[in-house]
Design a protein around this ligand. Structure first.
Ligand code: AP5
Ligand code: ZN
Length: 218
């Protein structure tokens, strides 16, 4: 199964990705996690993208498309994958179409902007695995520690309120047009286009997981 998770920063893409990937045995391809790993390593790519990410802007389409094409060619993607945070622009979506990468489902997780700022202020992450928590809504078993490894949780550099507001504005300008892009494609060419599902992203994490499973299996 090949799935795209579409949604604003903080909509819960990473949170739901964990469940979906486990249930269907497919790898999570989070371009955000891949870029953060490159920044941490201090690789050439990391040095190039660090500032853009800290300010909440988008990394160039060329870089992202090359990164994703390389990743989906790896053996663990043979039975499918989940895109988390990709595509994020029309040219990124077109690149997949042109490369003949057939997607089964696009899942939009819809959350209003006011809710997002609160979610990202309370987010804590385990950088090595990408596991995501929230101090109130999805707390780790032991405060400040990852449930699986017990290692320290951190706050992301781009979760300050000013950067979150910039990420939201970039989302509305550059990524939100993909909603119409995939909806129109599904209407015009249902045989080749991915099925489009919209999930209400406000509610408990479990409620949203149930809606996601219904959409994928219903
Ligand atoms: P990326 O890492 O993709 O960030 P994002 O899209 O801004 O999304 P987030 O990871 O912030 O949110 P999420 O939807 O995964 O929410 P989460 O599950 O963590 O990208 C980072 C940067 O990399 C970009 O700004 C850009 O610079 C660059 N980049 C990445 N991909 C790119 C691309 N394709 N092209 C160009 N540039 C790219 O949840 C958020 C919080 O809410 C957590 O604390 C969680 O516990 C909590 N939460 C989750 N669900 C619920 C719920 N139901 N109720 C209450 N709280 C909840
Ligand atoms: Zn994420």
């Amino acid at each position: 199964m090949r799935v795209i998770l579409l949604g604003a920063p903080g909509a819960g893409k990473g949170t739901q990705a964990q469940f979906i990937c486990e249930r269907y045995g497919i790898p999570q391809i989070s371009t955000g996690d891949m870029l953060r790993a490159a920044v941490k390593e201090g690789s050439e790519l990391g040095l190039k993208v660090k500032e853009i990410m800290t300010s909440g802007g988008l990394v160039s389409d060329d870089i992202i498309i090359a990164l994703v094409k390389e990743r989906i060619g790896q053996p663990d993607c043979a039975n499918g994958f989940l895109f988390d945070g990709f595509p994020r622009t029309i040219p990124q979506a077109d690149a997949m179409k042109e490369a003949g990468v057939k997607i089964d489902h696009v899942l939009e997780i819809a959350v209003p902007d006011e809710e997002i700022v609160n979610r990202l202020a309370g987010r804590r992450v385990h950088p090595a695995s990408g596991r995501v928590y929230h101090v109130d809504h999805n707390p780790p078993k032991e405060a400040g520690k990852d449930d699986v490894t017990g290692e320290a949780l951190i706050q992301r550099d781009d979760d300050s309120e000013a950067t979150v507001r910039n990420r939201l504005s970039v989302y509305h300008d550059q990524t939100a047009p993909l909603v119409e892009y995939y909806q129109e494609w599904a209407q015009q060419d249902p045989a080749n286009a991915p099925a489009y599902h919209k999930v209400d992203g406000v509610g408990s994490v479990d409620d949203i997981t149930r809606q996601v499973i219904d959409a994928l299996e219903g």
